[in-house]
Design a protein around this ligand. Structure first.
Ligand code: ADP
Ligand code: ZN
Length: 732
């Protein structure tokens, strides 16, 4: 382990971690000195704020004027590599360093007093008098086996009052104990045998194990269709990492953090990993954060922000479904967890595994250029075949008005119903109808706060803005002309498809899977479990069904509108649409002994390049063609892009300032970068703030970040104007 410098009195430079970036200030160190990477409380004006020991004091200060560090917090000092990572991540994303540090330290509420924390653990386990509420509490305990929570958190997770939990403690069914500060995670046993691997899997596993053993940095793109056994392969790399005594991190798109995955880890290693996502309790968050820092959790499975945990010695980062859009954070700090994983691993001398059936074009190009290694799993594991694909040409179908399921698709669903198999009808649009129009005056109902139409959500009986979340009751009269009874929903969302399914297949049991219909991650997981058990005939779903769930009785996938993602000015539209449809189609499996699954795409343009690529299964040809197009246009991953987003409640303020800023852009031209815009952002108003965007395109090797810093340095922002820099934006 590397040496951590200790700074003795008098001085230490402390990075002050407040919301408004203050920077690095000098303080008097306490008697015993402080170590670099240690967290402290320091006085700042009248407040005491969180700080991080950054470096030894520079000596160039007046001792009498220095204020003293108030308190050294009880947390492991950050490993030097972690500070390097945060510094470089801040430089790359053009985030002020204090903001980056704050993001990495905010999660555990480390500056809050630890209070006497008591947690609930299993007692006798026998429930003396069974009630529904008690059963729910015990189910949560079982589901989160090994996690720790306070009584109130447990009650909240179970959706019961805390008296229910207290009652169970009273009867001895549960026990409440002082939280051991250092409750380590149960050790995972990497020596347990995994599944017997097939040829491609074994070759991939050998390569990854060897790379992990080598203890150097490297990135591998692990490609294989859904069900080809990528998870089995990267669990072997995890086993090797644990056997080396290092820590491993598996990132999943949040929604795929299912109990199913945790069960698989438990089956493989005999214990559950640490879990990190928005659904875990505060107690659990603190515990995992501290244990990661002490090296006392071997494997963490988490959503993108798990990448900013202070791991002591990270040897492997897996990014599963690496192409997934949820790895990009576009709030406060703009970053791509996939790219930051590569950065972190290169500093920590760790391996990265990017797993996907449909890699991002960036990763595909990096693998083709030899920057990443590439391993392919060529077939589905075992006998399962890929689904048969076909287009349903909507121009040739006799569609009834107000219906979106074609006769051909309906017949295929009927055939599955007769065989007792499941169908999935996919439409990537939440709600009942995307537009509500007045047939008297033509008005389309829009959000007051955003440049967006209100979407009808009939199950909730409300109109909802998908930008800001504002909702209102569905009016009976047009808000513009006042005429009654003329408002009409236009176009389908999943709820409308569900209505059509209910009308056409009244005997079938249908379930709608759409993120807005579930109040908690738990409710969603329960529904997914029910579907897996075969309790549903027809699933109607948005993109949440595309991610990582295995539904063993699902043999038909119908895509209602395969053209949905193809339009639009966004250069990434084709790539995204291809990934989504390939993933969704991959849900159709084969039931052993039966015919292969079928995926049917309803489209008006069966000759579109994306549709043809999906149908023909020529994924590589598609990526190569996309890559050639991007190269010709000098767009990512061949050229570099950054976005500048400006927002202000007053349109004149933001557009005047944008023009002013564009006038100062000489430093960009000096490095060969072009400035495009300013123009209204793709969504020109959100939550009452007008938004303008500029795009900067630079050659691959240009010092883009440095040029943007030069450009923005010393610029004074008008009051209340927000400026965000988005390096490598998702849409362009
Ligand atoms: P992917 O991650 O590529 O979607 P998985 O690793 O989830 O694929 O594998 C798909 C299914 O096949 C899982 O149920 C998994 O347990 C099973 N499977 C994969 N490889 C093996 C193997 N070598 N032996 C037994 N079952 C396997
Ligand atoms: Zn809105």
């Amino acid at each position: 382990m590397s040496h951590v410098p200790v700074f003795f009195p008098p001085g230490a430079r402390i990075a002050v971690l407040t919301c408004e970036p203050v920077g690095v200030l000098d303080y008097l160190a306490p008697e015993g000195g402080v170590r670099q990477g240690q967290l402290v409380l320091v006085p700042l004006g009248p407040r005491r704020v969180l700080g991080l020991v950054w470096a030894e004091g520079t000596g160039d200060f007046d001792l009498a004027k220095l204020r003293a560090v108030s308190k050294v917090l009880d947390a492991e000092p950050f490993a030097p590599g972690f500070l390097d990572f945060l510094t470089r991540a801040a430089e790359y994303t053009l985030t002020p360093l204090p903001l980056m540090l704050r993001m990495a330290t905010r999660a555990p509420d480390i500056d809050q007093p630890p209070a006497a924390r008591r947690i609930i653990v299993p007692g006798s386990g026998v429930v003396p008098r069974v009630t529904e509420a008690r059963t729910r509490v015990m189910a949560v305990m079982a589901e989160h086996g090994g996690a720790s929570f306070a009584a109130s958190e447990l009650a909240q997770l179970a959706g019961v009052g805390s008296s229910v939990v207290k009652g169970l403690v009273g009867t001895g069914t549960l026990a409440e104990i002082e939280a051991p500060r250092d409750l380590p995670y149960p050790a995972l046993d990497p020596g347990r045998p995994g599944k017997a691997l097939d040829g491609d899997q074994q070759a991939a596993s050998d390569r990854l194990r060897g790379a992990v053993r080598g203890g150097a940095y490297g990135t591998t793109l692990l490609r294989g269709v859904t069900g080809s056994g990528k998870t089995e392969v990267y669990l072997e790399a995890v086993a090797e990492c644990l056997a080396q005594g290092r820590q491993a991190l598996v990132l999943l798109p949040e929604i795929a953090l299912s109990a199913e995955f945790l069960d698989r880890v438990e089956a493989r290693f005999g214990a559950r990993p640490g879990e990190w996502h928005s659904g875990i309790t505060r107690t659990e968050r603190r515990r995992l954060w501290h244990m990661a820092g002490r090296g006392q959790v071997g494997l963490v499975v988490g959503a993108r922000s798990a990448l900013f945990l202070p791991f002591r010695d990270l040897g492997l980062i897996v990014v599963d479904e690496e192409h997934d859009g949820s790895y990009k954070q576009e709030d406060v700090v703009y970053y791509s967890a996939r790219d930051m994983a590569v950065l972190r691993a290169s500093i920590a001398r760790a391996q990265v595994v990017l797993a996907s059936a449909t890699p991002s074009l960036e990763s595909w190009v990096n693998a083709a250029a030899g920057k990443y290694a590439r391993l392919d799993l060529r077939s589905r594991y075992g006998e399962a075949d890929l689904p048969q694909m076909a287009a349903i040409d909507l121009r040739a179908e006799a569609m009834e008005s107000g219906r979106w399921i074609s006769p051909t698709l309906a017949a295929a669903v009927t055939a599955r119903l007769e065989k007792g198999e499941q169908s999935l009808i996919f439409l990537n649009r939440r709600g009942f109808a995307p537009v509500t129009v007045c047939r008297a005056c033509g008005e389309q109902i829009a959000c007051h706060q955003c440049d967006a139409r209100m979407v009808e959500h009939r199950f909730q009986n409300r109109l909802v803005c998908h930008q800001c979340g504002e909702t209102r009751p569905i009016p009976t009269a047009c808000p513009s002309c006042g005429v009654e009874g003329k408002l009409a929903p236009i176009g389908p969302g999943v709820e409308r498809i569900a209505e059509e399914v209910a009308a056409r297949f009244p005997e079938a049991k249908a379930t709608v899977l759409s993120s807005d219909l579930f109040h908690s991650a738990r409710a969603l997981k329960e529904t997914i479990a029910e579907i897996s058990e075969g309790d549903t005939d027809i699933i109607i779903g948005t993109q949440i069904v595309a991610k990582g769930h295995n539904f063993p009785r699902l043999t038909l996938v119908g895509v209602v509108d395969a053209d949905l993602g193809l339009q639009g000015a966004d250069l990434r539209a084709a790539e995204r649409s291809f990934q989504l449809m390939r993933q969704v189609a991959g849900r159709a499996g084969r039931i052993s002994g039966a015919a292969p699954g079928v995926a049917l795409l309803q489209t008006h343009q069966p000759d579109h390049a994306v549709i043809r690529a999906i149908l023909s299964g020529q994924d590589e040809a598609f990526w190569d063609a996309e890559a050639a197009g991007r190269q010709a246009a000098g767009m990512p991953p061949y050229g570099r892009l950054a976005g500048i987003i400006l927002s202000h409640p007053d349109l004149d303020v933001v557009s005047d300032f944008a023009r002013h800023l564009a006038g100062l852009a000489a430093p960009l031209a000096e490095v060969g970068a072009e400035l495009w815009g300013p123009a209204p952002a793709p969504i020109a108003r959100v939550r009452g703030r007008h938004r303008m965007r500029m795009l900067i395109r630079a050659p691959r090797q240009a010092p883009l970040q440095a040029a943007i810093s030069d450009w923005l340095r010393g610029v004074r922002l008008p009051a209340n104007l927000r400026l965000s820099v988005d390096i490598d934006p998702q849409s362009f």
